[in-house]
Every structure is written in C-alpha cells, then in structure tokens.
Ligand binder design. Structure first.
Ligand code: ZN
Length: 112
C-alpha cells in the first residue's frame, strides 16, 4: 500500500518553514506540490517537483526564509505521486492532474 496522506506545510503553523526543510532532508526520494495559499487560485497552480529540487528549497536574496510556506505559497509533500494526485482531486482538480510536472528546475536530478 502506498496510500500515504500528504503532509501540508503552510502558514497555519509558523514552524512549518523549518519543518518543511526537515521533511525535504528526510525524504530525498519524495515529491512536492507547490500550490497557493489562496484556495480560489489553487486549482490553476499545482506544480509537481522532486524533493531534491533547489527551486523549492534554496534561499536567495529574493527568496527569503518563510517564502516556501509562510506567504503566498504552500507545499504539499508525499513519498509517492499517487498520494499527491489524490490530494489534488480533493482540492480543486477532480482529474488529479498537475498543472506542470517536473519543470526545468527539477531536471538535473530526474532521469525518465
Ligand atoms: Zn523543480
């Protein structure tokens, strides 16, 4: 059985940025959906990344601490893609599709 409930990191909890980073470290083979805090916009932006993707974990001058979970975006994390599809089905996209899967940022580590 691979039906794990995804873990959601958002600004309901101010510790979530740190806990999100811990999850990424502990689940290098996992997957992350980047979506919006605003539930009305959510269905139009659900991008699937690998847990190792730098674009969803690194901080820069523009991407400061808190930006991954505490502002306009949230992260939905799971060890398998099917769990994320199930979450998406229940959160605005009944067909369970991602708006994008493994964009360019993820490609360095991804072998099809
Ligand atoms: Zn990526």
């Amino acid at each position: 059985m691979t039906n794990h409930t995804p873990v959601i990191f958002d600004k309901h909890n101010s510790n979530n940025e740190e806990q999100y980073q811990t999850w990424l470290t502990q689940n290098p083979d996992g997957f992350v959906v980047n979506t919006t805090w605003n539930t009305r916009e959510r269905a139009n932006y659900m991008v699937l990344h690998r847990a190792t993707c730098k674009s969803i974990s690194n901080y820069t001058a523009k991407k400061k601490w808190g930006g991954y979970t505490q502002r306009n975006y949230i992260k939905v994390c799971a060890q398998d893609i099917e769990s994320l599809r199930d979450w998406i089905k229940n959160n605005g996209r009944p067909n369970g599709s991602f708006t994008r899967e493994f964009p360019r940022c993820c490609k360095q580590d991804w072998r099809v």
